[in-house]
Design a protein around this ligand. Structure first.
Ligand code: SF4
Length: 217
């Protein structure tokens, strides 16, 4: 966990919150589904909290490369996400520009097919509302994958991730809370989805880039 880099009261609150998250061992000590479902490695929460950024990247959970490096989106998925956003690495990792808060802070391990497990279900109920309350300046949430979309869109979120992304205009400029742009995971495993849904590149990405650019000036 990176510490908030400012010196104001909001930064002090975020630093204290970040330290509590960094010390969290819930998924080892008291997993929701019982001892058999214990996280199979030491927790290493990965997130970037910020008192300045107006854009929040709400991902799923770190993969093994991010678990090893401690740097979110430090992998080919991150390269594709930066292309979608039209930002370089320095801009992406500037905590005054982007906060990065996945739905599960720790790498959840692998399923029986060797794929990454979904975000730990313990994490969002324990931390997410407090994290969002500590970053009231966020005005745009990039909700990557269905777990993040369900949490940030709420009752209006369709069951289908494709349908949620297709309806992206509905979640912009809402009466309460930040705008949300739902995105598929930028993993190369989703290349087939991107090929089958060309409207994503034609309609969603231009709106995404325009909104991101406006919030970075
Ligand atoms: S995934 Fe979340 S709840 Fe589980 S140990 Fe990591 S920080 Fe704690």
């Amino acid at each position: 966990m990176d510490e908030a880099r400012g010196t104001g009261p909001a930064d002090a609150r975020l630093t204290a919150l970040g330290r509590r998250i960094a010390a969290c061992r819930l998924c080892v000590q008291a997993p929701l589904r019982g001892p058999e479902d214990r996280l199979p490695h030491e927790p290493r929460p990965v997130a970037v909290l910020s008192s300045q950024a107006r854009i929040l990247i709400a991902g799923q959970a770190p993969g093994i490369r991010v678990h090893d490096s401690g740097q979110p989106f430090n992998d080919p998925s991150g390269d594709r996400l930066r292309t979608w956003l039209s930002v370089d690495r320095d801009t992406f990792y500037d905590p005054d520009r982007f906060a990065i808060v996945p739905m599960g802070f720790c790498f959840p391990g692998y399923d029986r097919h060797g794929g990454d497990l979904p975000p730990r279900r313990e994490c969002a109920p324990l931390w997410r509302s407090e994290v969002m309350a500590a970053m009231p300046q966020i005005s745009l949430v990039l909700a990557i994958g269905h777990h993040a979309q369900r949490w940030h869109i709420g009752a209006d979120c369709p069951d289908s991730m494709t349908e949620t992304v297709r309806r992206f205009r509905q979640y912009l400029d809402r009466n309460s809370g930040p705008s949300v742009i739902p995105l598929p995971h930028p993993s190369w495993r989703n290349s087939g989805w991107l090929n089958r849904n060309p409207w994503f590149a034609d309609e969603v990405l231009p709106e995404l880039r325009q909104r991101v650019a406006l919030l970075m000036v």
